[in-house]
Design a protein around this ligand. Sequence first.
Ligand SMILES: [Fe+2]
Length: 495
Amino acid sequence: MDVIAFREAWRALRGTSLPLEPDSWLLHIPNGHPLQQDISAETLCRWIQQEIQESETLFVLRTRSLVAEWLPEKPACAYQELLEIQQDNIRGCVWKTMADPIAIQQQLLGNSQLETIAMAHQAVLQSPHLPLKLQELRIPKPWGYEGWYTGVEQRGVTSFIDEQGSTELPYALNLFPESLLAHQEPPLILLKTLNPVPEIILGDLYLELHQEKWEVYIVTAIDETAWPDGVGQVRAGLHPELLKTYQQQHGDDWWSAYRKDFSRAIQNYETLRRKLDERLDQERSQRGYGLNQALSPEEMQELLSTIPEHLQQEETKLRLAAEAYVGSCPVRVGDVVSFPTWQMHSLQHGVRVIEFQTPHYERMIVMFGQKVLTQDHWNTEEALAGMKPEVYQPPQPELIWQQDGVRCERVVDFPDFDAFRLFVPVGQRIKLEGKGNYQLLIGVEGYGQLLVGGESCGTVRHEEGWMIPAVTDDCWLESRGTGDLICLQAIPKSS
Ligand SMILES: [Fe+2]
């Protein structure tokens, strides 16, 4: 349908609208109507804005559907969309239940407030140009938990949240996609926190690498029971001293010798690991736990205590022998570590980080100090064959600009996106610019106020995340806490 055809259809449609107040109407677009599915809300709003008077408000209700790409069967999921259209403003909300147009009319009668409907459906009230707050979704892990902000997977779907309610990302992003995403397609850059428990082994993540996925961690907290001096560790790359020894002994062939011995050390550990995991599986059965059920760190600790002392010692010996081939990188709060593809890495216990990554789900497990629940084997040989044979060097943040103490540093320059670390001294402000792309924002330290067009539209505190639409203009972040504000910003690259 084009604008000419719309004008034809409009006359008939307008006659079917349900009256609310003297200057407002509710229009229900019936199923099967050409305006139901194929025309974006933004286009529909633009066309309708040309047809209404300055004083009028038109509510438009339609039933739409999207394909749930994150589920294995990829079902089509129906949802409803309510738009509030005035000549100079549009807003909207979406929800997954089906409401009757008469029921919506009843709810709107007497107040004609979109807020009432959003509240009734516990849906986020969206304006195309206003930032949306990300609601953290906690996914339990054997080593602690992940806090998801933008993840959309079978394991969990994250949501936006406001005073009215919460709306899952795929539905909310489908309401005003041109304004929110411009030319980008969902999914969004993956933003999450990794929160390993402070216990050694239990809180150590897989030693892994990725073929496609680029990752960056920004340290937000170091558990002092695990690291009393406040300096934690991330394991990554080869061990520098051992690498030198191999170079001295094997010259140019050092990597094949290093790799062979590293592989043998992992195999020795894996043989014992399997034996221990079998014993632990028997214990699991006796306690009524599922074999692949994720247990809380406390339950795991209790389970591990059933391993006899001599086997525990053997486990430590073989694990340390294999880990001796892996380097480690000291980290403090605010530090950045990033991993290009084929770079071996493992976040360690008690080191909490914010992570940005490209939204691919793939990994190769080099080794792990616990049973792997998501796959039945490690990928050691394949991983070693492709890995970067080098000592890990953390990236040096690149100063982009600074003025009056306000500083913007690029911490990641990945193929799909950039990430920046922003420092804003108390009382100062920084303009948030996506240059035509959406932005993700998350607080690390301090307290900030988000302002769009001079109006407050939310706060940014420690681990509070936001999505700023691609069209948002004149967006500022003002530092209003007692200490300096540090936050992170990720912006996709224009493709
Ligand atoms: Fe990783």
